[in-house]
Design a protein around this ligand. Structure first.
Ligand SMILES: CC(C)(COP(=O)(O)OP(=O)(O)OC[C@H]1O[C@@H](n2cnc3c(N)ncnc32)[C@H](O[C@H]2O[C@H](COP(=O)(O)OP(=O)(O)OP(=O)(O)O)[C@@H](O)[C@H]2O)[C@@H]1O)[C@@H](O)C(=O)NCCC(=O)NCCS
Ligand SMILES: Nc1ncnc2[nH]cnc12
Length: 295
């Protein structure tokens, strides 16, 4: 009998839903680890937060694996974009949020991520052979446009409050429009910075900044108002115009943006979620081809 060692050990065969849940959690963990992010939790520390740290972000991301797997399973089960799938995803999202809050002892780590990543995970499962970012975000938008009759009517969420106050789009509309911040900004910037030789971490930081240049991030609006949002957007633009995070001048501007965000107690949590979605979509087609398509 052949001896098993690290070089010839067989990888367990993963189901499509397991592959998608792995990709979703990996993207959340990579977002959390990416450093230095302005105002956000990263490897350096807690950013603008007093109740969050990197270990909690990791624990939260890992706790969501069963939720993402169940969302992908639901998409496979229903097989079409209609009310039953939408309402099952809503229920799974709410249950996942309860599990996440149990792990974090009530701290909101990934509420927006459950929503955005859950939608793209389900959308990917619906047709894994058509897994381009454009195809997946279009399907995700079609799911998000369907009403969820079981969702509690909630005018009091931070997002709902600032959307009403300032007349901006929030997480719901971002998804219903097919994630324009990802498709028009985050993903093109990630690919462009890589092609320009920025290095992977700098390319990811540039991608986050590109998202921050225009997103109406309701986390920033809630804590720091329109002035805070404007600081975030113009500061992110300044970094990219200076040459991005791989350049010395861009790094200086990034430090200034970080200081501004900390002074304002502003944390672009919505932009962070959308970076994670960007990373997920960037890896999706090659990962599916390698792990599912080779069967
Ligand atoms: C449909 C939902 C997305 C609900 O959204 P809603 O607009 O009502 O807003 P929120 O409940 O406030 O959550 C939206 C989260 O989405 C992220 N986000 C913010 N802006 C955008 C944007 N423009 N585009 C995309 N995504 C966006 C953001 O999530 C991240 O930040 C969170 C951490 O924020 P932080 O400020 O640190 O923490 P808080 O505790 O909120 O505030 P502080 O007290 O600390 O100041 C973290 O979660 C990141 O993931 C927004 O938070 C969706 O949530 C939904 O339907 N959920 C289903 C569950 C459900 O039905 N629940 C009942 C609804 S009442
Ligand atoms: N890295 C991060 N820091 C703070 N809030 C977040 N929400 C999602 N990712 C986050």
């Amino acid at each position: 009998m052949r001896a098993v060692n690290a070089l010839n050990v067989q990888q367990p065969q993963l189901s499509l839903s397991e592959v998608l849940a792995d990709l979703a959690v990996d993207a959340l963990i990579d977002e959390a680890d990416l450093s230095p992010k302005p105002g956000l939790v990263d490897r350096r520390g807690s950013g603008a937060h007093t109740d969050l740290h990197l270990g909690l972000m990791h624990a939260s991301a890992l706790s969501l694996w069963p939720t993402f797997k169940a969302m992908a399973d639901a998409a496979l089960h229903f097989g079409e974009i209609a009310q039953p799938l939408r309402e099952t995803l809503g229920r799974l999202g709410r249950e996942g949020e309860v599990d996440m809050l149990g792990i974090t002892q009530g701290v909101n780590t990934h509420r927006g991520a459950i929503w955005a990543m859950g939608l793209v995970t389900a959308a990917a499962a619906l047709d894994w052979r058509e897994a381009t970012p454009a195809a997946v975000t279009l399907r995700a938008a079609r799911i998000a446009l369907i009403g969820d009759r079981a969702a509690p009517h909630c005018d009091a969420s931070h997002g709902a409050q600032v959307c009403r106050l300032y007349g901006v789009r929030g997480a719901r509309e971002e998804a219903q429009l097919g994630f324009p911040a990802v498709m028009q900004l985050g993903l093109p910037q990630l690919l462009g910075s890589r092609a320009a030789g920025a290095g992977e971490q700098n390319a990811r930081l540039d991608s986050l900044l590109a998202i921050m240049t225009t997103l109406s991030d309701t986390c920033v609006l809630y804590r720091a108002g329109l002035a805070g949002l404007s600081s975030m957007q113009s500061g992110a633009r300044a970094v990219l115009q200076a040459g991005g995070c791989a350049s010395l001048d861009g790094r200086r501007r990034l430090r200034e943006l970080d200081s501004d965000m900390l002074r304002l107690r502003a944390s672009p949590g919505g932009a962070a979620d959308l970076l994670a979605v960007t990373l997920f979509l960037d890896r999706l087609a090659p990962a599916l081809q390698a792990q599912i398509g080779s069967d």
